[in-house]
Design a protein around this ligand. Structure first.
Ligand SMILES: O=C(O)CCC(=O)C(=O)O
Ligand SMILES: [Fe+2]
Length: 268
């Protein structure tokens, strides 16, 4: 779904997108290389992948409960922190609204995920124009873990969502709008009633560079997430294993900052 008329000031949205373009300035490449993968405890990670299966430069960071950002780029880090705080308010509202759509009182999701200590990771992505990419794929198909994933971007183009009929749908987001995607752990909590959908980025027709800001808003790391008892009965047997959010992110040897999906491993 898309959100318009939300509470995030346009200056904050424009500020982060411009800040990312500046941060990814090709002439300052060496400064960012300090955030290349060091190990499992990385709280900030940068890399550039230009291959046949991925074409993007990204910066990922832990945004909540503790905010981490590049210390050498303090003006940019301030903008990112402000964006993160504003987006958390939006997500707090979504947690209430989605609780109600499920027929519960408004704090249902907040409690089920312990969102006050929720683990948020931000990924800031830059996709080159097609002329500079090494193939048609910006980012291969995947789902994302967590409650919801919020996305803002500078220009439309490339993000596709797989429909329930198996067709790739181009996603068009209004200027200054926010795209909301449902995460794996909402699918798990609702025992498959709400689905986390597969998406990808295709750079085929992109004439210009595109920047996106993707925030994965998750439960607290120590919270055990499994299908809520309200969603399980004789007709709807439990479809997913219970696991802490941390363990689900660390499945298959992944690091927390990878925020990789392990939905397939969690299916019963
Ligand atoms: O940049 C996009 O449009 C999507 C990125 C994405 O799916 C992700 O970072 O998980
Ligand atoms: Fe994604």
């Amino acid at each position: 779904m898309q959100l318009v008329n939300h509470t995030i000031p346009e200056a904050v949205l424009d500020g982060i997108l411009k800040g990312i373009c500046n941060y990814f300035d090709p002439t300052t490449l060496n400064e960012r290389k300090v955030y290349r993968k060091k190990g499992a405890l990385d709280t900030i990670r940068w890399d550039q992948n230009f291959t046949s299966v991925e074409n993007r430069e990204y910066l990922k960071l832990f945004a909540h409960p503790q905010f981490h950002a590049p210390s050498y780029a303090s003006a940019f880090s301030k903008i990112v922190e402000e964006y993160s705080k504003e987006m958390r308010k939006v997500v707090g509202g979504l947690a209430k609204a989605i609780s109600k759509t499920l027929g519960f009182e408004e704090n249902y999701i907040e409690n089920a995920f312990n969102m006050k200590s929720g683990f948020d990771v931000m990924a800031m992505n830059l996709y080159p124009p097609n002329s500079r990419s090494k193939g048609r794929v910006g980012l291969p198909e995947h789902t994302d873990p967590g409650f919801v994933i919020t996305l803002t971007q500078d220009v439309n183009g490339g993000l596709q969502i797989l429909s329930h009929k198996g067709k790739w749908i181009n996603s068009y987001i209004p200027h200054h709008g926010i795209l909301i995607q449902l995460g794996d752990h909402l699918e798990i909590l609702t025992n498959g009633k709400y689905k986390s959908h597969i998406h990808r980025v295709i750079v085929d027709n992109n004439k210009v560079q595109r920047v996106s800001v993707v925030s994965l808003h998750g439960p607290s790391l120590d919270k055990v997430i499994g299908p809520g008892e309200e969603f399980v009965d004789d007709e709807h047997p439990k479809k997913y294993h219970d696991t802490t959010y941390k363990a689900s992110l660390e499945a298959n040897g992944c690091d927390l900052i990878d925020v990789q999906s392990s939905l397939e491993d969690l299916r019963i």
